[in-house]
Ligand binder design. Sequence first.
Ligand code: ZN
Ligand code: ZN
Length: 264
Amino acid sequence: MNSSDALGFALGVLLSGLIFVAASALIFWPLEELLEGDRAARPKFRDLAYLWFYQSFGLWAGAGIIYEIAFLVRGILPHSWRLFVQHQPFWLQAAAAILLAEVWIYSLHRLSHTWAFLWRFHRVHHTVVDMTWSASSRQHPVDFFVTVVGANLPAMLLGIDLRSIALFVLWERLYTVMLHSNLDLDWGWFSKVIASPRVHRHHHSPACRGRNFAGILSLLDVLAKTYQTPDGPERRREPASEASEMAARAPAKVAAASAPLDRG
Ligand SMILES: [Zn+2]
Ligand SMILES: [Zn+2]
């Protein structure tokens, strides 16, 4: 790649992040304003910067790390496994890639709530107490990269073409923004299969950590008996409590102090 190609690539990545932020804003900001009015949190510049960076350069850097690790450990799985996988129909390969990713996200997330070493990174995400679309990517870089790399590496090692799930990944990124939005949406019994914003809001509630670890496939929580719904609709936004006031000023310290490890 020559320098003008590299510059074009960097500009393309930069632009893709801006388009993602703009699309999220166009979809979820009016909805929050419409349905939540005064209670809707206003986007913070820092959260928008997180959203832009992780959804552009962050994802590309993650893909680069996955590619490098897969190259280094490519001999770890028997070649016959890759041949077997590559002879399966497209839909089965895509479903396997998604399931492998969801199992990793669930397991890592649950471990992040029980192992102090991982909690110190994951607690950054739990400074999101007042749910809002713009804060969905508020994450420590270690939390982000370990999640992304672990979610996609097994599929890569098995020889599944990750481009086959590119559209799913885009939908999944937007869906994750919706899960963090201040929209009191629930899918009824189907929330036990695919998480709703109310299910993930419950995970962020200081009253309930240690439940609802799944990314999107909440069926994993049901199977592992970590699924929990709040009793009735949760309050859309708590009045500013002492804890959340402090969290606004010193997020990481307060999150650590006010939400010590929860046993999942
Ligand atoms: Zn969590
Ligand atoms: Zn979250």
